[in-house]
Structure formats: structure tokens, C-alpha cells
Design a protein around this ligand. Structure first.
Ligand code: ARG
Length: 405
């Protein structure tokens, strides 16, 4: 095997990837280029950067990927109403291909011949990173330390860190595996591994519990253009600002928490808790506007592909022909998904109270229970006769058979 001179590593600043910097240098005698992705999580970037250098990285990139994350990853998923297993808005799954893509570019820029990540051998994230590596840069080697080294637990890692003089932050003793970005925070592991145990209230970072939410409801209006959120209460906001703003409003009303047992791609079920406050509002508002503006056939067909689209993201197939094909379809459906939706937020609930669009297909004169001039009720008889013809024929046969017995 040819020697690896330089490795590009997706670095988070946590204990795992810090240990990995040192381990890669020791085991591969390679230079490590560390990339930290800013996806909107709360971090002290310069501290992370200096930590990476101190731990042994020869070059460190801090990449602000927030806008790209929203526009090129979150919004396509939103337009498709992607929701994994009817609950999970895919915050982690959407971030991985973007991190991996940027890492590949950095590897190329620096003539690195391998890519490394800190995902364990038991989860989905390794698959998402590596499928992206494979499709974008099949020539690069992949190093997944968790699948190679002998460290088996957090304790092992801490011992390794101490032995190698890697400083350990206080937060390193954290009782959960947390993944945070602009779209969501996810929690797994620790006491959550018991699916009967309820999460500790102190765990949540983006939302209050419904009990702690204000006693008065908050109203919010979200405006979308071609399926993309543009304004909140008539105020135009940048993509990043818009999500941050909605996170605050929804979080303070206790909205966007989900607790689920999900099926991982690698086979096991796992219990996860998520907070996606702003995303929950956007998901509901977008769907509502589609109800108003899409014709029935398109709406129903689109509902069939949503779970498939979500599964594809979950399984790491973002950079795949099927996703591009779905996007082409979805984009055509979004041409008239323009308008606004009014929501009432109250103690963990997001209640739709009104919707409006210049392209509305809703016609009050057709739907009304009052007298109308556009719909002839007599037409319904012929329609029902023909629509029900197969059932009439079947009904006759069943009646005849019943008599035979
Ligand atoms: N189970 C979720 C997913 O597969 C969240 C994963 C969180 N990842 C993490 N490294 N803590 O998308």
C-alpha cells in the first residue's frame, strides 16, 4: 500500500476528533489537515481552531457553510416534505454530505490522499460521509479510526487523551451524544438508550418544555416563494437569519421536540431525541401552502415520494441520481407554491389558522354549502354511476354467489 502523506479530517472540536488527529499522526505518520464546519452550531470557533493546532493538525480550516446548508440541503428537503419515519426532519443526515463535500475540496486543494472522519462503526454518519467521499472522490482513501483502533469506549479515549497530553474540556464528560446545527439538535446515548426512560429536561438546548412556554399564544406568518421561505411576519430575512429567528420563536413556545425509536441503516433500532423548532414551523407551513396551491393528482403523487426522499437522505444517498431526479420533479411542483401561512404557537403546538396564495386553487364558490351557480348537483349522479360501476358489477356477483350457497 502506498504511503499516505496527508489526511483531510472532518474535525468537530470534540474529544473524538481531537484524539483522532493525534492517532492519525501516530499511526499513519501523516500530516493532518483539519476542517471544522460551521453549520450554525454554538461554538467558539477560534478556540476550536487553536485546539486543533495544539493537538497536532498542520493546517486548520474553519468553514462557514451555513448558507449553503440552508439553501442547497435544507430547502430541497423542505420542498420535498422529507420526514424520516414520519418524525425526523433529518438535521444530521442533511449536514453530513455537505461536510464531506467541502472536505473533499480541501483534500484536493492540499494534495491529501486520504479523508478521515470521527463517526463510529455503528451509526449512519459513517455511511453518509463515505458514500459522499466515494462518489465525489473515488480516488481518495478513506480512514475511519473508530473502525481501526483499539479504543472501545469514551473511557478508553479519555485515557488515550491523557496519555498523549490532549487537553480535555469539561463538556467532554457529557452524558449524551449530541449533534447540533442550525436546523436541529439531536441527542442519543446515555440514559436515552433505555427507550422507556424520559429525557431529562436539562438536556434540551433549543426549546423550553411546553409547561414552561408562555400562557399566551404567539402568532407568526411565514411567506414562501416557489416553496422557499422568504419572510416572517412580512419581514424579509436571509436564509440563515430566517431559520435562527424561527428557532427562537418556536423554541420559546416549546415546539419541535420529537422522541423516537428509529431504524438505522446499519440494522439496529436506536432511540433518538430531536429538537427542530424552526424547521417544524417551516415543514407545517410549506405543506399547508401546498394543500392550497397544488392540484390533487400532483399533491397525492408527491406524498408518495416524500418518504422515499427522506429515506434516501437518511441513508446517505444525497449525491445520487435518484435525488437529482426527485429534485427535478419537486421543483416543477413548487412553481406555484407561493403565499403565506399563519400559525398560532401555543405550548408545544403549532396550529395552522390561515393560508393565502395568489395561486390558490381553492374556490369558495365551488366549495360552499350555500347556493351556488357554478356547480350543478345533478352532474354528481352520472359521475357516481360511472365511478361506482365496478362496485355495482362486483356487488351483483357477490349477491348471486350468496344465493347459490
Ligand atoms: N440518528 C440520527 C441520524 O442518524 C442522529 C445522529 C446523530 N449523530 C451523532 N453523531 N450524534 O441522523
Amino acid at each position: 500500500m502506498s504511503k499516505i502523506e496527508r489526511i483531510a479530517l472532518a474535525y468537530s472540536g470534540g474529544l473524538d476528533t481531537s484524539v483522532i488527529i493525534r492517532w492519525l499522526k501516530e499511526n499513519y505518520q501523516a500530516e493532518v489537515i483539519a476542517m471544522i464546519a460551521d453549520l450554525g452550531q454554538e461554538e467558539d470557533w477560534s478556540q476550536l481552531e487553536s485546539r486543533a493546532y495544539k493537538t497536532g493538525a498542520s493546517k486548520v480550516y474553519v468553514e462557514d457553510l451555513r448558507e449553503e446548508f440552508v439553501c442547497d440541503f435544507i430547502y430541497p428537503a423542505l420542498k420535498a416534505n422529507a420526514l424520516y419515519e414520519s418524525k425526523y426532519l433529518l438535521g444530521t443526515a442533511l449536514a453530513r454530505p455537505l461536510i464531506a463535500k467541502r472536505l473533499v475540496e480541501i483534500a484536493w486543494e492540499n494534495d491529501a490522499s486520504a479523508l478521515a472522519h470521527g463517526a463510529t462503526g455503528k451509526g449512519n454518519d459513517q455511511v453518509r460521509f463515505e458514500l459522499t467521499f466515494k462518489v465525489l472522490a473515488p480516488e481518495l482513501k478513506i480512514v475511519a479510526p473508530w473502525r481501526e483502533w483499539n479504543l472501545r469506549s469514551r473511557q478508553d479515549e479519555i485515557a488515550y487523551a491523557k496519555e498523549h497530553g490532549i487537553e480535555i474540556g469539561l463538556s467532554e464528560e457529557k452524558p449524551y451524544s449530541i449533534d447540533q446545527n442550525l436546523w436541529h439538535t439531536s441527542y442519543e446515548g446515555g440514559i436515552l438508550e433505555d427507550p422507556t426512560a424520559s429525557p431529562d429536561e436539562n438536556m434540551f438546548l433549543m426549546s423550553v418544555s411546553p409547561e414552561k412556554a408562555p400562557d399566551e399564544p404567539s402568532c407568526v406568518e411565514i411567506s414562501l416563494e416557489e416553496g422557499i421561505p422568504k419572510k416572517v411576519n412580512d419581514e424579509e430575512l436571509s436564509p440563515v437569519e430566517l431559520i435562527r429567528h424561527l428557532n427562537l420563536i418556536a423554541g420559546r413556545n416549546g415546539i419541535g421536540r420529537v422522541d423516537l425509536v428509529e431504524n438505522r441503516l446499519v440494522g439496529m433500532k436506536s432511540r433518538g431525541v430531536y429538537e427542530t423548532p424552526g424547521g417544524t414551523l417551516l415543514y407545517l407551513a410549506h405543506k399547508e401552502l401546498e394543500s392550497l396551491t397544488l392540484d390533487r393528482e400532483t399533491l397525492h403523487y408527491k406524498e408518495l415520494i416524500s418518504p422515499k426522499y427522506a429515506e434516501l437522505i437518511y441513508n446517505g444517498l444525497w449525491y445520487s441520481p435518484l435525488r437529482l431526479a426527485f429534485d427535478a420533479f419537486v421543483d416543477v411542483t413548487q412553481k406555484k407554491v407561493t403565499g403565506s401561512v399563519r400559525l398560532k404557537l401555543y405550548k408545544g403546538n403549532c396550529i395552522i389558522v390561515g393560508r393565502n396564495s395568489p395561486y390558490s386553487l381553492y374556490r369558495q364558490d365551488l366549495a360552499t354549502f350555500e347556493e351556488d351557480r357554478v356547480y350543478d348537483q345533478k352532474d354528481a349522479q352520472g359521475f357516481i354511476n360511472l365511478f361506482g360501476l365496478p362496485l355495482s358489477v362486483l356487488g351483483r356477483r357477490e349477491r348471486l354467489e350468496a344465493k347459490d350457497l
